[in-house]
Design a protein around this ligand. Structure first.
Ligand code: 2HG
Ligand code: ZN
Length: 483
């Protein structure tokens, strides 16, 4: 089995021939070649990478996706699948040398079926998460995946990266929501696995191989997703707390009161909230004083007459009496709920506006989160005393975005030049606590270099064998996931 993919360079004439064949196959709506039209497909959301696509293919259906893949493979040209292009790790950017075709799934944007008895939603890969949520809501169902980029991120990319988000604490990752897939394999064959079965115990679970593979094994073109009943009652509260230990104490209190109702339990640092208030117009803190730590908790249930408001008030009253919470506000309306959530959802945007960022999407056992934050903060300050430390995220899952913002006034490029030092310093603490270097954003182009150290030996060797079996030419999203 080859350990590294064969060289991919081919003569320019072959590339020109491929582009001509794709143009004939897809028509003007289906192929972009003008550099200005292609520019948005070359750059990632964080602007860490500026790739240059050979062409951007925009097939209209699965048969066209398969035809594009077959043509590219025949020409020895790599394919980079792209959904909403919201990756935090450069998972969907092409190489800088103009040698790779970006394959956008955006035109595969049909909701195919919803079954309110089976509780399944079948969608094409280019449907945005928001459109899929809205489709489920029409039938009084909930697609229980929620991420800040849901208006742009597409189902194919969400599954390919095994996205997590705000409701993982209750419903699991994208991986836990997928029943069936349709996938175009690297040889252009289509695997028609759009099954709607809750139980199907027939050999290797292929669909789970493609979930989280970041387009390196094939291209997801459609999916069957599990739905949940739509909540009848929802309560959201924002709490100020004296410490991260207190946040964990509060999590324990909510879980022991009614574990099934906890739908989100999100942590925010005092600095992170301050950056949102500074950079995002229309945001406000509905509490009396600033604090060092905040939690946003959401309770929800489809049970009629569950009395969640009473549950929220009782837990918070106890926590206030015991000094676990210093202040709290419960949303009184849908608009107030949205305003509280905005303080959390705008963290990534606010940090981007503040300056250059280094992100650490890490996970540790939930119980060790206060230790992680304390030790990683000390390690970062030892590198750069004025570094701005703004951890936030999915405390209930043990997944924190341990994000660092450049010191005030520092040259952004000089700060980003320290990114590996900073990630390594945080990574050392995470390793010591038995954690992971990527909890929900994936590996992409940014982190394959970490794989040998974190996943080396038998695990990485097995992954390489899987890659070689599916993609012997090494042409599916090369340079991502595997070093
Ligand atoms: C979130 O939880 C996203 O908002 C983005 O995963 C996190 O900016 C980040 O690091
Ligand atoms: Zn997140």
């Amino acid at each position: 089995m080859p350990d590294s993919p064969p060289p991919r360079s081919i003569p320019a004439t072959d590339r020109a021939g491929l582009v001509a064949r794709l143009a004939a196959m897809l028509g003007p709506r289906g192929l972009l070649t003008d550099p200005a039209d292609m520019a948005p497909y070359g750059e990632d959301w964080r602007r860490l990478y500026r790739g240059r696509p050979l062409a951007v293919a925009r097939p209209a259906d699965t048969a066209e996706v398969a035809a594009v893949v077959r043509a590219c493979m025949a020409a020895g040209v790599a394919v980079v699948p792209q959904g909403g292009n919201t990756s935090m790790v450069g998972g969907a950017v092409p190489a800088e040398d103009g040698s790779e075709v970006v394959l956008s799934l955006a035109r595969l944007n049909r909701v195919l079926a919803l079954d309110a008895l089976d509780m399944t939603l079948t969608v094409e890969a280019g449907v945005t998460l928001k459109a899929a949520q809205d489709a489920a809501a029409i039938e009084n169902c909930l697609l229980p995946l929620s991420i800040a980029s849901e208006g742009t991120a597409q189902i194919g990319g969400i599954l390919s990266t095994n996205a997590g988000g705000n409701n993982t604490v209750r419903y699991g990752n994208a991986r836990d929501l997928v029943l069936g897939l349709e996938v175009v394999l690297p040889d252009g064959e289509v695997w028609e696995g759009l099954r709607r079965l809750r139980k199907d115990n027939t050999g290797y679970c292929l669909r789970q191989l493609f979930v989280g593979a970041e387009g390196t094994l094939g291209i997801i073109t459609a999916a069957v997703l599990k739905l949940e009943p739509r909540p009848r009652e929802v309560e959201v509260a924002l709490c100020a707390l004296p410490s991260c230990d207190a946040a964990l104490d509060l999590f324990r209190r909510f879980r022991s009161y009614d574990t099934a109702a906890v739908q989100a339990f999100e942590y925010m640092s005092g600095l992170g909230v301050a950056l949102v208030l500074r950079h995002i117009p229309g945001t406000a803190l509905p509490l009396t004083a600033p604090a060092g730590h905040f939690v946003l908790v959401e309770l929800a249930t489809p049970r009629p007459g569950a009395g969640l408001r009473r549950a929220m008030e009782e837990v918070l009253e106890g926590a206030l009496e015991d000094g676990v919470v210093s202040d709290a506000v419960i949303a009184e309306s849908v608009a107030q709920r949205a305003a509280l959530w905005r303080l959390r959802e705008e963290h990534a945007e606010a940090q981007k506006r503040e300056g250059a960022n280094v992100k650490n999407d890490v996970s540790v056992p939930v119980s060790t989160m206060p230790e992680l934050i304390a030790r990683a903060s000390a390690a970062c300050r030892a590198l750069l005393p004025d570094i701005q430390i703004a951890p936030f995220g999915h405390l209930g899952d043990g997944n924190i975005h341990f994000n660092l913002v450049q010191p005030d006034g520092m040259d952004p490029a000089a700060f980003l030049a320290r990114d590996h030092d900073i990630m390594d310093a945080v990574g050392a603490v995470v390793r010591d606590l038995g954690g992971s270097f990527s909890a929900e954003h994936g590996v992409g182009k940014l982190k394959p270099y970490m794989m040998p150290e974190w996943r080396g030996g038998a695990e990485l060797a097995a992954m390489r064998r899987i890659k070689a079996a599916f993609d012997p030419l090494g042409l599916m999203n090369p340079g991502k996931v595997l070093p």
